[in-house]
Write a protein that binds this ligand. Structure first.
Ligand code: AMP
Length: 190
């Protein structure tokens, strides 16, 4: 199996690159943000709960997010591997993911981190907000909150994987295809 954590701040391009990577490597794409949004759309109990955090730019609590992610991993039949997009976002989530994969006899092979500076993120998110209609991309206060939460709660996840020699940083600015080629080069040489 090939299991990848695609990491980076909101607006770094994780969704765009995930779509290309799953096609090339035939992996299962698990985006916790996408799953929460599908639940919000479907009006599920989980969706109602998640919305109350997402609208404020806060993280959905670990126990909810970890439980949801585990059930999605368990649903996959005979996967070639997973791309985890937007997960883990806390050290507790990273530890839970290791435990889950270990119980399945596998592990995370690498964290690919898209590196983009904050000013560029703010610009990209506002543009995405106009195109996608995502409420959390339209309000500059919520955007700043998400960037702050990323710096405070999610950045430590980088150290978690660095300590396991799995962290690979990739410049996330430039042509989409160039960034994709850089990601593929890291995967192919692993
Ligand atoms: P995203 O689409 O990855 O930008 O996620 C949108 C929002 O969903 C985030 O701002 C969080 O409120 C929530 N979310 C997504 N993934 C997670 C996660 N792993 N842990 C907690 N909250 C999450």
């Amino acid at each position: 199996m090939l299991n990848i954590v695609l990491f980076g701040p909101p607006g770094a391009g994780k969704g765009t690159q995930s779509a290309k990577l799953i096609e090339k490597y035939q992996l299962v794409h698990l985006s916790t943000g996408d799953i929460f949004r599908a639940n919000i759309k479907g009006g599920t109990e989980l969706g109602v709960l998640a919305k109350s955090y997402i609208d404020k730019g806060q993280l959905v609590p670990d126990e909810v997010t970890i439980g949801m992610l585990a059930s999605e991993v368990n649903k996959a039949t005979d996967p070639k591997g997973f791309i985890f997009d937007g997960f883990p976002r806390t050290s507790a989530q990273a530890a839970a993911l290791d435990e889950l994969l270990q119980s399945k006899g596998t592990s995370i092979h690498m964290m690919l981190a898209l590196e983009v500076e904050e000013e560029e993120l703010r610009k990209r998110l506002l543009i995405r907000g106009k195109d996608s209609g995502r409420a959390d991309d339209q309000d500059p206060v919520v955007i700043q909150k998400r960037i702050d939460v990323y710096n405070a709660e999610t950045m430590p996840v980088k150290d978690y994987y660095s300590a396991q020699n799995k962290y690979k940083g990739i410049q996330g600015i430039g042509e989409i295809d160039h960034i994709f080629a850089a990601l593929c080069a890291e995967i192919d040489q692993a």
